[in-house]
Design a protein around this ligand. Sequence first.
Ligand code: SF4
Length: 219
Amino acid sequence: MNGRLRNQWLLQQKELYGNFLYLEKKENISVDRKTNLDDFKNQINNCQNCKLSLNRKNIVFGIGNPDADLVFIGMAPNENEELIGEPIVGAVGELFDNILKAINLDRKNIYILNILKCKPPNNINIQQDEIDQCIPHLDTQLNLINPKLIIVLGEIAGQKLLHIDLPLNEMRKNTYQYNGIELMVTYHPDALIKNSNLKRPAWEDFKNMRNKYLKEDKF
Ligand code: SF4
């Protein structure tokens, strides 16, 4: 069924049965998104587009709800994330879960990604060519998920994604656009564990995000 016929069919079904069936159809869209993301994951699982593939143990594709309106993006996986194959795990993950809970969200509502899917050596020395090679993967993921808001976690991730040279303390005061999606930048939970003084400004950011977006029913 092409797009026009599908829309006509949905409108007919909505007229006949109300929102119930319409919402059931939305579930099908969700299944499509999940399938498309799974397919894409299989497609890049062996990616060798940059030298980070050479010492890779696991690709860290990202995880979450394929229908999420809110996507968090960090810079790159660390050792733990690479071992487990998921972003934001361990003690950092626990803190992140607590922050989400404090704004009435949990991992079932969101999707978590990194700009780089493979761990850089010592988690530093990220090279521009590695980012250039991996950004198309991120763009495809965002295209498939189609979120309403991106929260970037960490200064380097914000600078690399936005191509700007501002410190995080400046970036977090602004709202940006990435591929037509609204984007905000705040501290990575890993930084909050290393420096507890950052917890207060990070909490302000999450509260702002909650007040601005949850009250507008964007999710
Ligand atoms: S970092 Fe990205 S581009 Fe480089 S090998 Fe991994 S998936 Fe491919």
